[in-house]
Design a protein around this ligand. Structure first.
Ligand SMILES: N[C@@H](CCC(=O)N[C@@H](CS)C(=O)NCC(=O)O)C(=O)O
Length: 231
């Protein structure tokens, strides 16, 4: 049965931009599971209410509803254990949790600053007041002030990712010779920026750029086919 995923959309139904939803969709594709996106917007709180969750992604797999991208990854690994592994064992799962926390806390912030104003301008009109109010409360300043200097934010993204760059000069994927969940964690962030902004975050000769190209091609070009900017 096709798994349904509540998937954050901008103005257009197919401009799906949540980094967490992208992790989940790539994890589903990795497991070879068919899924269908349900476009969801920040102000569609009522649509999410029956699931019991307040953020996306949420997946509905038959009778089971699971929220939070990390919990979904654990659920998929446990319940579809006969399919390709997202982690491959408890040690790699534990390391992936550390990698996730690093991406969420150290990588997302400069990435968001680099694309924030484009992201905001591309939202559905009904979401704009909610987004501005919620994020200005979170950041303690106006969106424009938080975004700051875009080139400085892009430089911070690049320096923050230097350890991954070094890794990708030794091996084609974060997880080694083939992609797995840690790759999807970081790549989800690049789908966030790609779907919302034409900003160029990576130079063409950056090993991260080559990795992102490989990721865009995975699973029949799932990510490359998605609506976004050619970055
Ligand atoms: N830790 C959660 C984070 C999910 C999350 O923050 N999702 C955002 C979209 S990227 C959301 O649904 N936000 C709702 C809101 O801001 O009202 C996960 O990994 O799934």
């Amino acid at each position: 049965m096709t798994i349904r995923i509540y998937d954050l959309a901008a103005l257009e139904d197919d401009r799906l931009f949540s980094p967490y939803c992208w992790r989940t969709k790539l994890a589903l594709a990795h497991k070879g599971l068919a899924f269908e996106s349900i476009p969801w917007r920040f102000t569609d709180k009522a649509a999410l209410e029956p699931t019991g969750f307040k953020t996306v992604p949420v997946i509905v797999d038959g009778e089971r509803t699971v929220g939070d991208s990390w919990k979904i990854a654990l659920y998929l690994e446990e319940n579809y254990a006969d399919r390709p592994a997202l982690f491959g064992g408890p040690q790699s799962r534990a390391l992936s949790l550390g990698f996730k926390n690093w991406v969420d806390r150290a990588v997302h912030l400069p990435m968001l600053r680099a694309v924030l104003l484009d992201l905001y301008n591309g939202l559905a009109e009904k979401d704009k007041p909610y987004f501005r109010e919620a994020r200005e409360k979170r950041f303690g300043m106006a969106l424009e002030a938080f975004a700051g200097d875009q080139q400085a934010a892009i430089a911070t993204v690049s320096s923050t990712l230097d350890p991954v760059r070094a890794t990708l000069t030794e091996q084609p994927f974060v997880c080694g010779s083939a992609p797995a969940y840690a790759d999807y964690i970081l790549f989800g962030a690049f789908m966030w920026t790609r779907s919302t902004s034409p900003a160029k975050l990576l130079a063409a000769d950056d090993p991260l750029h080559a990795w992102r190209e490989r990721m865009l091609d995975l699973h029949g070009g799932l990510a490359r086919k998605a609506r976004g900017y050619p970055v």
